[in-house]
Design a binder for this molecule. Structure first.
Ligand code: GUN
Length: 302
């Protein structure tokens, strides 16, 4: 059997078109557009490329977009002052501080300073709590887990009563997606197991999974024999395993590999996400969706 490919690049285009339509309609009816500020500290090439893509996407959708590029040696006070400025700017609905931050800055202090109602990354403790309660309490589901859930739904995979196994317990992916999939809600209602580096027998848990979500950051961790025939496999791993010259641009690019042995897994799974082109493109898409949602909350139309 060859699994159905769940393509993030295609689902992204569907969702971005939906957002674009909604932005136009809100602009006509309310005279406002979503406003996003991206705060980039330093010059890490990976962070620059993520932020550039976020900016490009926001512009394409007709958002107001502000870039704050700050030097590597910025002080914590100066960064807090910048956040305070945008917390108080009514034309800004989403504040994104690109992580990681340099050593002199306490990341937690910075994330906690963002107004929870502008925290479109969903990292503030208030939004983590809202997500845990579920239902109407949820404001900004974190972007990668939100993208994963959206892919599962749009691929037509049944989640109600499904055995979901999550590999990895990070605050950004593992813990929130586990929490989202167990909620009493459409696209959820699953029975969830979270496994991690101290789990005794990872294989036995994975073999039970109707939906296997892997976010471990270990290339090729999940072996094909761990996959239940017909399962939906979501590979969140983006591991740089080397470099190559791009055929399109002639420039050096990273060779990316997921946490799942894709070539073998696709012969067993019912559906599977590729790397690259799977979960990756969904994260920025959901950031845009959260920024639009933030404006809708402000206008009382969410
Ligand atoms: N760095 C890597 N991923 C992310 C993300 O989702 N949000 C932010 N703010 N920084 C990141």
């Amino acid at each position: 059997m060859t699994a159905k490919l769940i393509k993030g690049t295609e689902i992204r285009e569907e969702i971005l078109s939906e957002i674009e339509e909604e932005v136009k309609k809100i602009k006509e009816e309310h005279g406002q557009v979503p406003g996003l500020v991206t705060i980039l500290v330093g010059e890490s090439p990976a962070s620059i490329s993520y932020v550039t893509l976020k900016i490009k996407t926001a512009n394409r959708l007709g958002f107001k977009e502000i870039q704050e590029n700050q030097p590597e040696d910025i002080s914590e006070e100066a960064l807090l002052a910048l956040i305070d400025k945008y917390n108080n700017d009514d034309s800004i609905h989403g504040i994104l501080v690109q992580l990681p931050l340099p050593k002199q800055i306490d990341e937690k202090k910075i994330l906690n300073a963002i107004d929870p109602d502008k925290d479109v990354d969903g990292f503030h403790p208030v939004n983590v709590g809202r997500l845990m309660i579920g239902g109407a309490e949820v404001r900004f589901p974190p972007c990668t887990p939100a993208g994963i859930q959206e892919m599962i739904i749009r691929a037509g995979v049944e989640t109600s009563g499904a055995e979901v196994v999550v590999v990895g317990r990070s605050n950004i992916v593992g813990k929130p997606i586990a929490n989202m999939m167990l909620q009493k809600a459409d696209g959820a209602n699953s029975t969830v197991t979270v496994i991690h580096t101290r789990t005794k027998d990872m294989a036995s848990h994975c073999k039970r999974a109707d939906i296997l979500i892997v976010a471990a950051g270990v290339p090729g961790l999940v072996k094909p024999e761990w996959i239940k025939p017909g399962a939906c496999v979501i590979d969140v791993g983006v591991n740089r395993v080397g470099e190559k010259i791009s055929e399109k641009t002639g420039k050096k690019i990273a060779i990316l590999k997921g946490d799942v042995d894709f070539d073998a897994a696709k012969e067993i799974a019912g559906s599977i996400t590729p790397v690259p082109g799977g979960v990756g493109p969904m994260t920025i898409t959901m950031l845009m969706k959260n920024t639009l949602k933030s404006l809708k909350f402000r206008l009382g139309i969410a």
